[in-house]
Each structure stands twice: as C-alpha cells, then as structure tokens.
Design a protein around this ligand. Structure first.
Ligand code: 5RP
Length: 213
C-alpha cells in the first residue's frame, strides 16, 4: 500500500487569494487543484498561474464537467492541467471525449450513481474516481462513516485509484487506516486555517504516521 497523496483544493472566489495560499503551501502538498469555484470565477487564467508557479507538480482542474467534455478538457489541458474532473452523471461519450485531451480523467461521485456505471467507466479506461461528501450534505448533518468506507473499498477493488474529499480534517484520516486511498483532497482544512502551512503539514504528517513514507 503506498502513501496517499495530499491535494489542496483552491476553492477561492478570486485568483489573488488562491495564489497567496498556494504560494505558501504548494511545496508541502503533492497535488494542486484549481477548484470548481475558482474554475468558474477565473477559468484558464487560474490554471495557467498555478502551473507557472509549480511547473513540477500535478495540477487538477476540478471542472465537474457535465457536457462538451472534449472542449473543456482541451481548454484546461492547454492551460496546464494534468487531470480534470467530470461529474458522474455525464454521459460516456462526454467522458470519452474529455479523456482524449487530458493525462487522466477523474469521475466525481455525487448523489446517485451505481456500480454498473462504475464498471462502464472502467471499461472506457478511466482509472480515477473521487469519493465525495458534498458541502451541502455535510452542512445538513452528514458525517464520514462506515457507509463511505465500504464504497471506497469496493471502488478500489474495482481497480480505481480513489481520492476522498469533503470537509476533511486531520482527525478524519484515521478512519481510512488500512485502505489504499490514492489522494486526500482538502480545501478549507488548509485554506481556512489560521496558519495554512502548519495545517498542510499536519495533514501530511498524519498521512505519513498512518501509511508510512
Ligand atoms: C467542492 C469540492 C471541494 O474542492 C472539495 O470537497 C474540498 O473542499 P473542502 O475540504 O473545503 O470541503 O470539490 O465541490
């Protein structure tokens, strides 16, 4: 089992604050995500800036794309993104078109989806899934628990590299001990902290404590 990556989600409303945070913590984390909110606000410009600041890091465009997969994927790849997300209800042709343009496509699991759909994603060669607790579900009282762990494990058994996200804090990580999580994605756990560098280091150290170097 390898050590899960740590990914920061830049879900800022403006580029200036996103760049200020990524400047501080970019070298601590493994993967840099231009989050959905920032993609909608600043688009390609945000991806170009993050890529320019960190030429050797993996950059994700969290577009949660539902349609026009090929065009959206070409645009984010041209700006420097390695990975891009599509929403799980996108059609297979949308996913296939997007997949051709980026290094790796990630399917974001929200709301209703089935393992039959997941098999179809594997059949077209998609390797990555993101298991998500939405902000709105968390706000309405959902918490991480066994129901999530069993779905994450099943997706891993199906051959996916599974990232986990949604309101994570350092204490949540130990729930996943013994599970081959690909990446933990956190936004506010780092960006809303009083000291984002210390917060990123705390996530990283907990990952190393549980999964080793
Ligand atoms: C929202 C997202 C977020 O980027 C992701 O869930 C991480 O955010 P946070 O840790 O702040 O919940 O994809 O749609």
């Amino acid at each position: 089992m390898s050590r899960p990556n740590l990914q920061i989600a830049l879900d800022h409303n403006d580029l200036e604050h996103a760049l200020a945070d990524v400047f501080k913590v970019g070298e601590v984390v493994d993967i840099l995500e231009v989050g959905t909110i920032l993609c909608l606000q600043e688009g390609q410009k945000a991806i170009r800036c993050v890529r320019g600041m960190f030429p050797n890091k993996t950059v994700v465009a969290d577009t949660k794309c539902a349609d026009a997969g090929g065009t959206v994927a070409k645009n984010v790849a041209d700006a420097g993104a390695d990975f891009m997300t599509v929403i799980c209800c996108a059609t297979i042709p949308t996913m296939e078109a997007a997949k051709k343009e980026v290094k790796e496509l990630q399917v974001e699991l929200y709301g209703d989806w089935t393992y039959k759909q997941a098999e179809a994603w594997r059949e077209i060669g998609i390797k990555q899934a993101i298991y998500h607790q939405s902000r709105d579900a968390l706000l309405s009282g959902e918490t991480w628990g066994e129901k999530d762990l069993s779905k994450v494990k099943k997706l891993i058994e199906m051959g996916f590299n599974v990232s986990v996200t949604g309101g994570l804090d350092v204490d949540t990580l130990k729930l996943f001990e013994g599970i081959d999580v690909y990446t933990f994605i956190t936004g506010r756990g780092i960006t809303a902290a009083e000291d984002p560098v210390k917060a990123a280091e705390a996530f990283k150290n907990e990952i190393i404590r549980i999964w080793g170097q």
